[in-house]
Design a protein around this ligand. Structure first.
Ligand code: PMP
Ligand code: GLN
Length: 394
């Protein structure tokens, strides 16, 4: 029998010296745990409840058995970088050099943190448009930067006058996310051009989070920073295979950036993760070449789910907000409840059996009067229908 030895008390000074004193556990982890505990249908954390294409899984198996199991080159498997260079060129008309300008990362989260660590010096300002994905502010803080939060307008569209006012001599970078998590808004070509015009007289770096690049609806186009001539040379373009190929757990992403920016990125990347798991990269390289329809058909695939989910929600007292892209649908629940956003989502999970994410989780300071929650519709039809059945009780 083993007897347990009590752990020694942790000295107070250790926790007082936290690098991220304000940060707790992410809302996605918290809500997924609550959903599991309550047996709720999890429309909170963004991930599909269906499997990647069998052809992609077979490609992974082949790569594993073909001996692709040791370190790949630091920047990633060349075949994958070449396939990405071709893909970006065909979609956006800009050729990135696969040798020097494309790096494979451990998901978009690592790409974003690494890009920030690579360019932001202590005291530099980084403009963040809020609501914003929850990794941005801690990443800036870890770099010693100062986040300048600029609110998107009431329709979650960019407020270019406010962005212009926030730009100053200390601004080092701006983070933009389109299609946008959580609102589902998509920036137009005119929006990207306007941003390009604002940044043209500055040396501000754009970190463009484009992880939902292939989820744009109603014949909209995804306007990558790679496509906008005023932006491309100053941008890190970040994406994630997890979103496009229904494999969020693989944690493989990429960053495309001009040579000088990529060189700085790789200086950090090599000591951050050095490189990313090999067989997945080989499989993705093969699949990108042989299954282009997988990303070309993704808008239609998710639009059908969005439409089914919205049609069901239209019969409830939840008010639908626009969803132009991503796999998130936001609703205004003011007609149902006056609870603040976080409390409402906890109540909805416990009492109605459907987990959602409060928009307040994407804000540095909650907007007290707003009543908006986010659902993820990357789910099987029966999951969406079961959730709608429960939500119809509201
Ligand atoms: N940015 C946004 C806007 C996201 O929604 C996500 C989703 N997790 C990420 C970055 C991170 O992507 P990954 O899982 O590839 O790290
Ligand atoms: N991006 C996903 C979302 O917004 C979650 C990612 C995570 O759990 N860190 O739901």
């Amino acid at each position: 029998m083993t007897s347990s030895i009590p752990a020694p008390p942790i000295p107070h000074s250790l926790s007082r010296r936290s690098r991220l004193p304000q940060v707790g556990t992410t809302i996605f982890t918290v809500m997924s745990a609550l959903a599991q505990q309550c047996g709720a249908i999890n429309l909170g954390q963004g991930f599909p409840d269906f499997e990647p294409d069998g052809a992609l899984l077979d490609a992974v198996t082949r790569a594993l058995h073909a001996g692709h199991n040791q370190y790949p080159p630091m920047a990633g498997v060349p075949a994958l970088r070449e396939a990405l260079a071709d893909k970006i060129e065909s979609l956006h008309g800009r050729r990135y050099d696969p040798g020097d300008e494309i790096t494979i990362t451990a998901g978009a989260t690592q790409a974003l943190l690494t890009a920030i660590l690579a360019v932001v010096h202590p005291g530099d300002e980084v403009i963040v448009l809020t609501p914003a994905y929850d990794s941005y502010l801690p990443a800036i803080e870890l770099a010693g930067g100062v986040a300048r939060c600029v609110a998107l307008d009431a329709q979650f569209q960019p407020d270019f006058d406010a962005i212009a006012s926030a730009l100053g001599p200390r601004t080092r970078a701006i983070l933009v996310n389109s299609p946008h998590n959580p609102s589902g808004r998509v920036w137009s070509a005119a929006d990207m051009r306007r941003l390009g015009e604002l940044l043209a007289p500055t040396d501000v770096v754009l970190i463009s989070d484009e992880v939902y690049e292939h989820m744009v609806f109603d014949t909209r186009d995804h306007c990558s920073a790679a496509r906008e001539p005023l932006l491309a040379a100053r941008s890190f373009v970040v994406s994630s295979f997890g979103k496009t190929y229904h494999a969020t757990g693989w944690k493989v992403g990429m960053v495309a950036a001009a040579r000088e920016l990529s060189a700085e990125f790789r200086k950090v990347h090599q000591f951050n993760v050095f490189t990313v798991n090999t067989p997945m990269q080989w499989a993705l390289a093969e699949y990108l070449r042989t299954h282009q329809r997988a990303y070309l058909d993704l808008p239609g695939f998710y639009q059908a789910r969005r439409d089914r989910f919205r049609a069901g929600l239209a019969g409830t007292r939840l008010r639908l907000l626009p969803c132009e892209g991503t796999y998130f649908q936001c609703v205004d629940y003011a007609a149902v409840s006056d609870l603040p956003e976080a409390d409402f989502c906890t109540w909805l999970t416990r009492e109605i059996g459907v987990a959602a994410i409060p928009l307040s989780a994407f804000e540095p300071t909650p907007q007290e009067a707003r009543r908006v929650a986010r659902f993820c519709f990357a789910k099987r039809e029966q999951t969406l229908d079961a959730a709608l059945q429960r939500l119809s009780a509201l």
